[in-house]
Ligand binder design. Structure first.
Ligand code: AHG
Ligand code: MN
Ligand code: MN
Length: 340
């Protein structure tokens, strides 16, 4: 049984020049995740369900747990010495941890502290998503916006935490691929449970909210129709599964294959999901696992970001399904009205 800490330290041993900073940063994220998991588990009896009362920079109603999770991650990362600053879905501006130690850190973090907020009150899965970059500004000085505005291909590590029927912490780096750790609540440690995750090349399911069927572009509808097709009244080939939480849907897809779709549509011409802390981290993990991620025109991780909270359409998962959808979009004779 290998704990998350032991695992990251073993990786350190393989690279004598490594400083241990990434291990320290992941330990901090893991600690905050345990605190959030604890809050999630007792939310209904600790009076922390429901709306907080404010509207965030995304124009969405903030839930009490959104605030608690956000404060927990900011607090833990600020008090560690392994992070120069962070971007959170809940904060308009970058958060600079401007002190002598944190200014020496080479990493910055972008984060969705609580993904799937609409699931909180009904005890459905929720998650946390994070993306780690090496900063481009000078060490020893406060981090800057340029450190965050890097394309996804520059990610150094990325991961997520799923607060589901158990709490699972998954992270990946280019060197060590993607590994998942399950929280043992009685010990308070994450243990390696999903080593070297690989996504099946052939998907079995697709995650899409059919409410949007009518307002997405025709090639996307054609692809969905194919997923939904049946021969002579028999069962279709693909299951339609949608947890309403990208983390839960992507965890299922990484383990059993499939595709997650959040396209552009009439009312949201750039889709809903945020490039820097939803699309990019999952694109990074999915590619490391052998799958793909596109906005319909290009790889998600090639997009050069203009704004830390920008949105992007996203199609992500098993390569057979992502490639097929890409072809539908790029060979379509119908004029694509939405933005890809
Ligand atoms: P968040 O709670 O961080 O705002 O993100 C939720 C995301 C994603 O997890 C989910 O797949 C999607 O929003 C659902 O969106 P809508 O039902 O609002 O379209
Ligand atoms: Mn989210
Ligand atoms: Mn969120």
């Amino acid at each position: 049984m290998t704990t998350l800490d032991e695992f990251t330290i073993q990786q350190l041993r393989l690279y004598p020049q490594a400083t241990g900073e990434l291990s320290g940063l992941l330990r901090g994220i893991g600690l905050a995740a345990k605190m959030v998991s604890n809050l999630v588990n007792k939310a209904a009896i600790a009076d922390i369900l429901g709306a907080e009362g404010s509207v965030n920079i995304q124009g969405e109603n903030v839930q009490k747990l959104d605030v608690l999770a956000n404060n927990t991650f900011i607090h833990v990362l600020r008090n560690s010495i392994y992070c120069a600053g962070m971007v959170s879905e809940e904060n308009e501006d970058i958060i600079v941890f401007d002190d002598a130690k944190n200014n020496q850190s080479k990493y910055v973090v972008l984060m969705d502290p609580l993904d799937g907020s609409a699931n909180i009150d009904v005890n459905m899965p929720i998650g946390t998503i994070f993306s780690i970059y090496r900063r481009v500004s000078e060490l020893g000085k406060p981090c800057t916006k340029e450190d965050f505005l890097q394309k996804g291909d520059n990610q150094f590590a990325a991961g997520y935490v799923l607060y589901g029927s158990s709490t699972i912490f998954v992270y990946g780096t280019k060197r060590h691929s993607v590994n998942g750790f399950t929280l043992d609540n009685s010990v308070g440690e994450f243990y390696l449970s999903h080593p070297q995750m690989k996504i099946p090349a052939e998907g079995k399911s697709y995650a899409f909210d059919y409410r949007y069927y009518h307002s997405v572009d025709k090639p996307v509808r054609d692809f969905l129709d194919e997923c939904n097709a049946s021969e002579n009244g028999s069962d279709g080939r693909y299951a339609n599964k949608n947890a309403g939480c990208m983390v839960a849907d992507m965890h299922r897809i990484l383990l059993s294959g499939g595709i997650f779709l959040y396209p552009a549509r009439k009312e949201k011409p750039k889709g809903k999901l945020r490039l820097m802390y939803e699309c990019n981290p999952f694109a990074f993990l999915t590619e490391l696992c052998g799958g793909g991620a596109t906005d319909g025109r290009q790889r998600i991780m090639e997009i050069v970001p203009q704004y830390v909270h920008e949105r992007s359409p996203v199609f992500i998962g098993s390569s057979d399904m992502v490639d097929k959808l890409f072809q539908y979009i790029n060979t379509s004779e119908t004029v694509i009205k939405n933005v890809y």
